[in-house]
Design a protein around this ligand. Sequence first.
Ligand code: ADP
Ligand code: MG
Length: 550
Amino acid sequence: MYGPGSNGQQPIIVLKEGTQRSKDKEAQFNNIAAAKAVADSVRSTLGPKGMDKMLVDTIGDVTITNDGVTILKEIDVQHPAAKMVVEVAKTQDDECGDGTTTAVVLAGELLKQSESLIDANVHPTVITNGFKMAAAKAVEVLDNIAVDVTSDKLLKQVSLTALTGKSVGGEGDILSDIVVKACRAVEDNGTVDTDDIMITKKAGDVVADTYMIEGLVIDKQRVHPRMPKLVKNAKIALITTQLENKKTEVDAQIQITAPSAMQSFLDQEEAHLKELVDKIVAAGANVVFCQKGVDDLVQHYLAKNGVFCCRRLKESDMIAIAKATGGKLVGEPMEIKKDDLGFAECVEEKEVGADSMCFITGCKNPKAVSIVIRGGTEHVLDEVERALNDAIRVVGVAIEDGKVVAGAGAPEIEIELKLAKYASSVGGREQLAIEAFAKAMEIIPWTIAENAGIDSIDSIIKLKSAHEKDKKKGCYFGLDLDSGEAVDMLKRNVVEPLRVKVQAINSAAEVANMILRIDDVIASRRAPPMNPMADPNMGGPGMSGVGGMM
Ligand code: ADP
Ligand code: MG
């Protein structure tokens, strides 16, 4: 890279050789192209009739999903601007658990709309200012059209709306009842900690056999068949180290010269293990959950004492049990005390399909529930789990905020119309940016229609006229994807938490602004190609991984 060499002087070398640099409009258009490519990669999944994607990772594992954030996490995005858009999906997922595709598609469209402004020499600062004003106004519009959550029936509709796009839509009714029940069960002073809802999967039966229990379900069996299958008034020891004789770090050799010495050595080991069990039993435990291995002898002694024991639990399960039963995780089993034990009314091994699992019910802390997902194959289970997670999050958010908006493109069209009016009141060059923002909102109903095989232009016209005709209820009119007509979505029960829409708009505007403000990209040699179209082998502009995604 050379600086300007004035009056015939040697050009001044500023950047290291091999550094790639793109500036001004070139940099902006490059970044915009990359961001749009990310948005395009998930567009076809938007809405209840969106398609699924099959993702194959480097070791050949297959994921089938239409969840925006799952797709974007899975594909290996290279371009720095594209990565920023992927971050939007992650933020949206962290904050609300839903609306990830919406946020990304919106970000792409905002950038697309700003291209013509940049072409017309509107300064990026003016555009970003206008976008900021527009986003603030959009949130105001959303607040005005939001309705209060007055019943669990409405919450169920929120869950159903979140589930409709997923392949589990058919069982939405059963799953949504479970979701609302679970969220209500863990609700505490107006907040819903969705981590308190434990999800366990077991292949077999059908998705409709999914159920919820109050308590925990751990995918483990007791270690010894002579242990009781059922323990009432369970006092639970939670041990994080192995219940075995410790292996020495160095290879030690013990020379034994007489058979009696051999025996006494073995006796000693055995005595130690027996003492371990004695301590646990003396503390009052009748159930042991061990995060590591359990020696055969320990199993035997525990069984003899009528203690129920599972081994090799996941750390997350151990923590969940501790939280639910009020027990403490114990790292030094020889020192276990009565106080360390957790309590549950019942610990039982029960059949689930062809397998059995461990059910912990009547926990000290009643705010612990589990959902056991059933379904034909692992892929089905995984997608149901993702769908349930989304639904749980949105219902949680709806309970916490107590506000929902109609869906199916209704809020986007309302925002577009209100922003168009607002733009003319602002005037100046910002007006252009606000108008571009307004226009960009159309992409959501447009894409939902497109993905359902409905004419997008017709749909937008119908929606706009419905919104303008009815001053009071017009704002609830969204797109019925079967008839292609504008319908009151509150009546049609398509509702989403207000926070999902607010967050989607805010983070889309934020990332668009961030990308627009970049006018110079200086990349060291080993950075990915700045030109998004650089590598023809990539799955799309600036991406590697899944071919033909775009
Ligand atoms: P996201 O990842 O953004 O949540 P989805 O694929 O879940 O993407 O699609 C969400 C969009 O689909 C929202 O705009 C929502 O209002 C709309 N939608 C959901 N259910 C329906 C329905 N039954 N009819 C029309 N639109 C719907
Ligand atoms: Mg969704």
